[in-house]
Design a protein around this ligand. Sequence first.
Ligand code: SAM
Length: 243
Amino acid sequence: THFGFKTVESTQKAGMVAGVFHSVAAKYDVMNDLMSAGIHRIWKRFTLEISGVRPGHQVLDIAGGTGDLAAKFSKIVGAEGRVVLADINDSMLKVGRDKLTDLGLVSNIEYAQANAEALPFPDNTFDCITIAFGLRNVTDKDKALRSMLRVLKPGGRLLVLEFSKPENELLSKVYDNYSFNLLPKIGKLVADDEESYRYLAESIRMHPDQDTLKAMMEDAGFARCEYHNMTGGIVAVHKGLKA
Ligand code: SAM
């Protein structure tokens, strides 16, 4: 029913996610470097390396936020290519647009305020789609994956970079302690925002592990799905193709 538990829960999640990213937008880049000790740059670099993106390609970066991946793609695809930076949140999108414009990246980048669950692009548009640290914020992940498959060209690939499940017990304990105890404190100290960083830790714990996400991609219709763990499985990048 319209007023059933699921609907209420989904609306609440979307509202909370919006609140979190409006709140963190201005300090997002600084916090990313701080919280990951700069390692997020390595995770993103690896994602670029396996993206297969070449000059002339059409690339969509969903939940692109402040535009780290979009900036790199813009340089790779060149004048003949196109990069669309899409995000549901106008605060994040504005920080991204300002940053990329300051970097002089203007001619081949477009911006779209869009929900991953209902992408506003024609079928078979993109050679590559990336979603980095975004999927766990999406309410209906299956719907989002199907939407991504639809807008990919046949032969195109999806890369999902996301927090995942640490491979060993000890690392898992240390990491849990870090994310539930230290991380909200850093959030409070640097961004005066403990709640958003508590949400971050919780959303990471709730997110499907490596094999579950791989199965979800297969169910959505992606072919040749595989993943690579990084930093002991704290993060994984999943790859799938549109046949
Ligand atoms: N991709 C960037 C990066 O790796 O630094 C930003 C990641 S940030 C942790 C997550 C982003 O997902 C936020 O900018 C948020 O607004 C966006 N987001 C959350 N739900 C979304 C949805 N349903 N559709 C599109 N973007 C969404």
